[in-house]
Design a protein around this ligand. Structure first.
Ligand SMILES: Cc1ncc(COP(=O)(O)O)c(C=O)c1O
Length: 397
């Protein structure tokens, strides 16, 4: 019976899928018995002991929730409305309470991106989504699985280790009104390269004059230059343009990775459209995940509601940021070719090396990183920076 059923299912037509390269790297790293091995591959924050700690405010909020929570009953497709409201103040500052804004809780930044993609596909299936090269590898599949076409534009200039803004504007000449540009709000993954304030202003003007919709991915607020500083570009864009989208992740800046905490905000031209957007966000969320998981968002809400917990979170986030930026300064000082790493921001940087060198660093020195040369700065410690830069030195000119 089961044979007959299986034979009638078309699963044998499914194409094989590549394994996740970073997961393969974790396996290789674990199997490496060298005591001085260095893991710069996996994209999570690490402290000086190589741990990804639970933040103090998170622990305290979890303890408080344990005491006060009396039910696990459903919350609804929008999730925890107070979480979204309090978080909006962190993101948008005094622009948070606009009646043109629709916001819902999502399962992580990935859920926010996917919900935004589904909303765009429902509103304008012909919209193309422009992605910089390179970008977080999950961006293209998220939009493609929602049925949208994606196009690439230049973003990172390997020679200067900065933004190729001229190349980007050149490529965007092909963008049409209604197309969408995906922009990393801060702390670009994988390059760490940022637009200058002037470039952000130019992008905002470009969207306005050409009718392009900015879709900002803000996954690392507070890990670059500061909470307000990292949100500045988002605020500029939302202040200038009638329509804009923001996918947000709390998974990195609250260290809540596995709890899947995010939010999607969409700004519309007026309140009536915003209401319609909200209805559609909720109906899409119902069919995607029905309602988001509660725990992580309840933790964030508890922290933001309580002045002492909030202050402690801001302070610990500040230490995490300082650790990243301190390590960046040390790496940058080692060689002129590495100096851009000192001005880049966030957890990641791309080394100016070929895949063969990435393999050689792994095999000869036990230094692990993604195949494209992306390193997680947080995988370093002040003591391992010289080991890392000396191993690298023969391979950079
Ligand atoms: C740029 C960017 N956007 C979104 C995400 C997704 O975040 P989350 O883990 O909250 O889904 C990541 C995660 O690595 C990311 O780097």
């Amino acid at each position: 019976m089961s044979d007959v059923l299986e034979a009638s299912l078309p699963f044998d037509l499914l194409a094989p899928q590549p394994a996740d390269a970073l997961l393969g790297l974790i396996t290789l790293y674990r199997a490496d018995s060298r005591l001085d091995k260095i893991d710069l591959g996996v994209g999570v924050f690490r402290d000086d002991d190589g741990q990804t700690p639970i933040m103090r405010a998170v622990k305290a909020a979890e303890a408080a929730l344990f005491e006060v929570q009396t039910t696990k009953s459903y919350l609804g497709a929008e999730g925890d409305a107070l979480y979204t409201e309090l978080l909006a103040e962190i993101v948008f500052g005094d622009q948070a309470s606009s009646e043109r804004m629709s916001g819902v809780q999502t399962p992580g930044g990935t859920g926010a991106l996917r919900l935004g993609a589904e909303l765009l596909a429902r509103a304008n299936p012909d919209a193309k989504v422009w992605l910089g090269s390179p970008t977080w590898p999950n961006h293209a599949p998220i939009f493609a699985e929602a049925g949208l076409k994606t196009r690439n534009h230049r973003f990172y200039d390997h020679a200067s280790a900065g933004v190729d803004f001229t190349g980007m504007l050149d490529d965007l000449r092909d963008a049409r009104a209604g197309d969408v540009i995906l922009l990393h709000g801060c702390c670009h993954n994988p390059t760490g390269a940022s637009f200058s304030p002037d470039q952000w202003a130019a992008l905002s003007n470009l969207c306005e004059t050409r009718g392009l919709i900015p879709f900002i991915d803000l996954a690392y607020q507070g890990l670059g230059d500061g909470l307000a500083e990292d949100a500045l570009a988002t605020r500029t864009i939302f202040a200038q343009l009638p329509s804009a989208i923001l996918a947000y992740s709390c998974d990195k800046n609250f260290g809540l990775y596995r709890e899947r905490v995010g939010a999607l905000w969409v700004q519309s031209g007026n309140r009536a459209i915003a209401d319609r957007v909200r209805m559609n966000m909720l109906s899409l969320a119902r069919s995607l995940w029905s309602m988001p998981p509660d725990h992580g968002a309840a933790v964030v809400r508890t922290i933001l509601e309580d002045a002492a917990l909030r202050a402690d979170w801001v302070s610990e986030l500040g230490s995490m940021r300082e650790r990243l930026n301190g390590l960046r300064r040390l790496v940058a000082a080692a060689h002129p070719r590495l100096s851009p790493i000192g001005v880049q921001r966030g957890m990641f940087a791309m080394l100016p090396i070929a895949p063969a060198v990435v393999a050689a660093l792994r095999e000869d020195h036990g230094i692990y990183m993604a195949g494209n040369g992306r390193i997680n700065i947080a995988g370093l410690r002040a003591e391992t920076v010289p080991i890392f830069t000396q191993a690298l030195m023969p391979h950079i000119d």
